[in-house]
Design a protein around this ligand. Structure first.
Ligand SMILES: Cc1cc2nc3c(=O)[nH]c(=O)nc-3n(C[C@H](O)[C@H](O)[C@H](O)COP(=O)(O)O)c2cc1C
Length: 197
C-alpha cells in the first residue's frame, strides 16, 4: 500500500553541488540542489536560484558560474555554503577552500572538488520562487586520479554526496550496471568479463 502525500518539489536522489561565482577577488559559493542536465550537444545545465540569494545577483550580472561536485570530504563545507550568505561572510576564506582560475569564466573553481564544470549563462527563466539560469558547460576539469589511461572516468571512487528530502547521502561506489547493460549481448558480456570489467 502507498500513501498519497501532498505534492512538493520531490525528486531523488538529487545532486547537491557547490556553485562558485564572482571572480578571483570577490567570490562566493552557494549550495544548489535544483540542478541537472537539459541538453547533450551543446552540453547544457541549469541552476535554479531564489531571487533573495546573494549569489543570484552575482550570477545574473556576470552570466557565469562554476559547478563543483561535492565529495564526502566537502560535505560539511557544502552544508555551510547552503546556510550562510556571502553577504555576511567570505565562504572560500572561512572554509579554507582554494580558488583556482578557470579557463573560460572569471568565477573561481573550488580546487578541493574533483570535478569542476565551467558554465556560461545563455538564458534566465523566471518561475514563482526561483530563477532558472540555463547555461552551456564550456569546460570540464576532472582530477586525474579519477581518469584511467584510456580516459575513462571513475565516478564510483569519488565518494560523491547526494541530497534527498533534507538529508545527505553517500553515493556508494557499488556499480550496479552500465548504460545499456539490460540489453547487452552474451558475446559483449564475455568480452567485458575477459577485460575484468
Ligand atoms: C542542500 C542544500 C541545497 C540547496 N539548494 C538550493 C537551490 O537549489 N536553490 C537555491 O536558491 N537555494 C538553495 N539552497 C539554499 C542556499 O544555498 C542558501 O540560501 C545559501 O545560504 C545562499 O547563499 P548566498 O546568499 O551566499 O548566495 C540550498 C541549501 C542546501 C543546504
Amino acid at each position: 500500500m502507498k500513501i498519497t502525500s501532498k505534492t512538493g518539489p520531490l525528486m531523488a536522489p538529487l545532486p547537491t553541488v557547490m556553485v562558485s561565482c564572482g571572480d578571483m577577488e570577490n567570490s562566493n559559493i552557494i549550495t544548489i540542489a535544483w540542478t541537472g542536465i537539459i541538453n547533450s550537444n551543446p552540453p547544457m545545465t541549469y541552476v535554479s536560484v531564489q531571487r533573495s540569494r546573494h549569489s543570484h545577483d552575482i550570477i545574473a550580472e556576470s552570466g557565469e558560474f562554476v559547478i563543483n561536485l561535492t565529495t564526502v570530504e566537502l560535505a560539511k563545507a557544502m552544508d555551510f555554503c547552503g546556510v550562510r550568505s556571502g553577504r555576511d561572510i567570505d565562504k572560500f576564506t572561512h572554509l579554507g577552500l582554494t580558488r583556482e582560475a578557470g579557463d573560460h569564466v572569471s568565477a573561481p573553481m573550488i580546487a578541493e572538488s574533483p570535478v569542476n564544470l565551467e558554465c556560461k549563462v545563455t538564458e534566465m527563466k523566471s518561475f514563482p520562487t526561483h530563477d532558472m539560469f540555463i547555461a552551456e558547460i564550456v569546460a570540464i576539469h576532472i582530477d586525474d586520479k579519477y581518469v584511467d589511461e584510456k580516459g575513462a572516468y571513475d565516478f564510483g571512487s569519488m565518494d560523491l554526496v547526494s541530497f534527498t528530502h533534507g538529508k545527505y547521502y553517500r553515493h556508494k561506489s557499488t556499480e550496479l550496471g552500465f548504460f545499456g547493460y539490460s540489453v547487452m549481448k552474451p558475446k559483449t558480456a564475455k568480452r567485458r568479463r575477459k577485460k575484468g570489467k
